[in-house]
Design a protein around this ligand. Structure first.
Ligand SMILES: [Zn+2]
Length: 322
């Protein structure tokens, strides 16, 4: 987990708690000022609690009918609010997350981080790596029905069937990680075939599984590589060390002399040696990878034992509904 983002997710949860407490305080103030009878009902209910506490402090057992009396008092408040055209729960506590009541933790004796903090963390991580923060790019929302279902002469499957298979392959990879085989993956195909969507769906699945993933465009890779070549900053370290690295759109970035090919080779080679998974989407096929990036890079991306090379073929569906 990225500690900085986890701290931020916890801070957001505390902020929600503070904001909701403030909302409730303002509502009580506003209603008390406007409706003296409701103010009285609120005070009476408060007295029930104080009475019980001070009784307990003097060694008295809490009145057996206290829960019933509290319930009655709350019922009267609810009715009084509704008579004024306000919602019956207008003066009840407000929570973003009823599960943990915005404390960020659940569990009586053993405290565990609440689902809402994990959701906030995941959204922050999506933002940080450039995914849509609503997490909408998922395998479930991958639309294979935008691809034609006719089987061309000589082909075994229609484009739709092929895309469904590829979707299943990518999903299996993301579900099985870190036991996926092969370790690396290249999605190769022309623009508009859904490879970036699949890449993002894989990233989202890993994020849901709380696996650290870094997603960059090939363009920003070259920018980072160029800066570290000139000694301006060492941004490459993060790319070398990230548990899972995804590079989108390899092939459209500029070929900067001494930088693009050399640093790409270093990156892929070092990650493969360290056993770290890399997933790449590219508009180039295997031959084109070889002629643009040299044999030694291409061979590492097409060696089926460590890298699954997945060709996407067919009609461009960018004008479709995906
Ligand atoms: Zn919660």
């Amino acid at each position: 987990m990225r500690e900085d983002l986890l701290r931020e997710a916890e801070a957001q949860t505390q902020e929600a708690q503070r904001r909701n407490e403030e909302t409730l305080r303002q509502r009580r103030e506003e209603v008390s000022a406007r409706y003296p009878d409701i103010r009285e009902l609120l005070e009476r209910r408060q007295d029930l609690i104080y009475g019980s506490i001070s009784g307990m402090l003097r060694g008295k057992a809490p009145a057996a009918d206290l829960p019933r009396a509290m319930e009655e008092a709350s019922g009267e408040i609810r009715e009084a609010l509704q008579r004024r055209g306000l919602p019956g729960d207008y003066l009840s506590p407000v929570y973003d997350c009823p599960l943990c009541q915005d404390t960020g933790f659940v569990g009586e004796t053993v405290k565990a981080r609440c689902e809402c903090v994990r959701k906030r963390y995941q959204n922050l991580l999506r933002q940080a790596i450039g995914l849509r923060d609503d997490g909408a790019e998922t395998f479930a929302s991958f639309r294979s029905d935008v691809f034609p279902d006719e089987t061309a002469p000589g082909e075994q499957r229609s484009q739709r069937q092929t895309m469904e298979r590829l979707r299943a392959l990518c999903e299996e990879w993301a579900n099985k990680y870190p036991r996926q085989v092969p370790r690396d993956m290249v999605l190769s195909g022309k623009s508009g075939l859904g490879k970036t969507f699949l890449l993002h769906a894989m990233a989202n699945r890993l994020i849901e599984r709380e696996i650290p993933v870094l997603l960059i465009s090939a363009y920003s890779f070259v920018d980072t590589a160029r800066r570290s070549w000139y000694g301006q900053e060492d941004g490459l370290r993060e790319l070398l060390e990230s548990e899972v690295l995804m590079i989108d759109d390899l092939g459209i970035e500029p070929l900067v002399p001494n930088v693009t090919i050399e640093q790409l080779f270093n990156l892929i080679n070092q990650r493969q040696r360290a056993g770290l998974a890399t997933v790449i989407s590219t508009n180039l096929n295997a031959e084109e990878l070889k002629s643009r990036y040299t044999e030694r890079i291409a061979s590492r991306l097409t060696d089926g034992r460590i890298c699954g090379f997945i060709p996407l073929r067919g009609r461009d569906i960018r004008n479709g509904r995906m």
